[in-house]
Write a protein that binds this ligand. Structure first.
Ligand SMILES: C[S@@+](CC[C@H](N)C(=O)[O-])C[C@H]1O[C@@H](n2cnc3c(N)ncnc32)[C@H](O)[C@@H]1O
Length: 277
């Protein structure tokens, strides 16, 4: 794919080539946008504050930006928390994708690409960047502030548990906690997964013929039980007495404009099959 450069030699569009776009599942981005639509239907204020744990090169960040522009008239902020340094145990995860991600982090490319990509957010959306470990940063953020917290950092059980627990007090009542990589919910697993090596990122479940992230499955399942999820994206609403599922049944299917043409064709086919386009 050719990427055009501006007159000063810089790319004049976001860069999600190769490993930079590897983490973004196009179908899930539709549900991310649907969640902001959901909040816009029920919010009394015309401003939305999003907290994102795990930004990589900004595919989800730009997606939040696009739907804040659409549903909140660009009134909002996105707070990004990411360490942007190597974090995956290569010994326990000897796959080509993980090696590529680790290489890009080691070469400090990922943060630079993220900074390039967020230039394409609508101007009036405030972006706050916290570069560091979520375990250190989340406890320092203001309580009951965010309308949406998106958890998409490390998949290790201990980290997902700590991200969820640290994020809960940051979310206001009526806000949505959501995240990625819940391919399987705990109640769908036939046997206990608590004895699986916690450094393993992704595993194949033969019985259900699917890949899943055991740390995410276990942490989310233990904390919330069975919850609303779509193609691995999960979301629940904070209410007075705990959490409730949300419905995205009538959400408009918006496609983020930063998706590359290859992802776009596949995505349109999937959406048509689902009756969403
Ligand atoms: C799966 S990627 C995020 C993908 C991104 N949301 C997207 O849609 O493209 C996970 C990110 O979490 C970051 N990360 C992993 N563990 C972390 C931690 N404990 N604290 C902060 N960031 C972390 C990594 O640097 C990486 O950028």
């Amino acid at each position: 794919m050719t990427i055009n450069c501006g007159t000063d030699g810089r790319l004049n569009q976001p860069n999600f080539e190769g490993v930079y776009g590897i983490t973004a599942n196009p179908l899930r981005l539709i549900y991310l946008m649907g969640t902001i639509w959901y909040l816009s239907q029920k919010c009394k204020h015309n401003h939305v504050q999003v907290l994102e744990v795990g930004s990589w090169c900004g595919a989800s960040t730009l997606t939040w930006g696009e739907c804040i522009e659409k549903y909140f008239n660009s009134n909002g902020s996105i707070t990004c928390v990411d360490a942007w340094v190597p974090y995956i145990d290569l010994g326990a995860n000897p796959t080509e994708d993980i090696q590529m991600m680790d290489d890009a982090l080691r070469k400090n490319e990922v943060f630079d690409v993220f900074k390039h990509n967020i230039q394409f957010l609508p101007n009036s959306i405030e972006i706050k960047i916290h570069k560091g470990w979520s375990q250190d940063i989340l406890p320092s953020l203001k309580k009951e502030t965010y309308d949406l917290v998106y958890i998409d950092g490390d998949h290790k059980y201990d980290t997902v548990v700590s991200d969820i627990k640290n994020a809960v007090p940051l979310l206001r009542n009526g806000g949505v906690m959501c995240g990625d990589d819940l391919e399987l919910q705990l109640h769908e697993c036939e046997s206990s997964i608590s004895n699986i090596n916690h450094n393993v990122d992704r595993l194949y479940n033969e019985a259900l013929d699917t890949y899943y992230f055991p740390g995410v499955t276990q942490a989310v399942g233990e904390y919330f039980g069975a919850i609303s999820s779509w193609a691995g994206y999960w979301a629940v609403e904070k209410c007075d007495n705990g959490w409730k599922d949300i419905s995205l049944e009538h959400m408009p299917a918006n496609i983020p404009s930063h998706l590359n043409p290859k992802s776009l064709i596949g995505l349109k086919v999937v959406l048509m099959k689902m009756g969403l386009l």
